[in-house]
Design a protein around this ligand. Structure first.
Ligand code: PAF
Length: 286
């Protein structure tokens, strides 16, 4: 039977007793509005671990003042059903006041990595993420925690944080799950109208173009970037924020020339209507 718990202390106790029974503990942190992408994380955790916790918490500190915190979809009953189907053992779903004391003063901040790309467009966002993820890892004591590649910068930052703070959790990154037309699954896709939903596939189109161009011999990173940007700028209904290639470990820009076999990540953020979407693709230069 799946346990549902809102109390941090009781959650910690459940996990601790599983650890004492010798079970490998895994955690899938989420903000709810679960979809097949989350389901794949929970399935992977179920395969790997003897005791799986999923967390559902719409974390206010990672939303900017003009962002969608109040309208973020909250679908707890459906979420719990999906967790059940994935074979989750425990769902931790706290109230905000149990997560943040009114006089809380502590923030966990990862440096440069948190300030570029998403960090530049969403100031303070990653401080909210790293602070809540630290708290969730402390409460759910996982030996492994599962994050989606969809939030590429987030998983990189969480890995860096865990390493820098000696948090004894291995961060496992799982592949992006896409709709049949290539749109990366996201809780925010449900904001899209049917016309916007069509337009949104252009992000995947631009990533596929980047992948194709990188595969050609002697491809030049700046030229690939430019073509990707052009494709998106020419798409009606897309307001491009960034479309760049970067080093997949550091997120630094690539050198002017790269040798065959160089790894990169193409990262895109764009608004389609009022919905902000991100997507990415790992690449290898040909
Ligand atoms: O990726 C998310 O859903 C959130 O950023 C996370 C990791 C659950 C922290 O609130």
């Amino acid at each position: 039977m799946m346990l549902v718990e809102s109390c941090p202390q009781k959650t910690w106790q459940h996990v601790n007793s599983a650890r004492q029974r010798g079970l490998l503990t895994g955690c899938v942190p989420t903000m709810g509005a679960l979809h097949q992408g989350h389901f794949s994380l929970m399935q992977r955790a179920r395969l790997d671990c003897g005791f799986v916790t999923a967390t559902i918490f719409v974390n206010p500190t990672q939303f900017g003042p003009q962002e969608d915190f109040s309208k973020y979809p909250r679908t707890l009953e459906a979420d719990l059903e999906l967790c059940r189907q994935a074979g989750v053992d425990l769902v931790f779903t706290p109230q905000t006041d149990r997560m943040y004391a009114s006089d809380a003063e502590t923030t966990v901040r990862v440096g440069r990595l948190s300030t570029v790309l998403e960090g530049a467009h969403r100031p303070g966002h990653f401080d909210g993420v790293t602070t809540v993820v630290t708290k969730l890892l402390l409460i759910t004591q996982p030996e492994r925690a599962y994050f989606g590649q969809k939030d590429f910068q987030q998983q990189l930052i969480v890995k860096r944080m865990v390493r820098d703070l000696n948090i004894p959790t291995e961060i496992v990154t799982c592949p992006i799950i896409r709709e049949s037309d290539g749109l990366a699954m996201s809780s925010r896709n449900r904001y899209l109208s049917s016309v916007e939903r069509q337009t949104a596939t252009s992000l995947w189109g631009a990533l596929q173009l980047a992948q194709h161009l990188c595969g050609q011999s002697q491809a030049v990173p700046a030229a690939v970037e430019q073509q990707m940007q052009q494709k998106l700028l020419q798409t009606a209904g897309v307001e491009l924020q960034y479309a760049v290639l970067a080093d997949p470990e550091t997120l630094l820009p690539l050198p002017e020339r790269v040798s065959a076999g160089t790894k990169a990540v193409a990262l895109i953020a764009a608004r389609v209507g009022s919905t902000r979407l991100i997507d990415n693709q790992l690449l290898t230069f040909g």
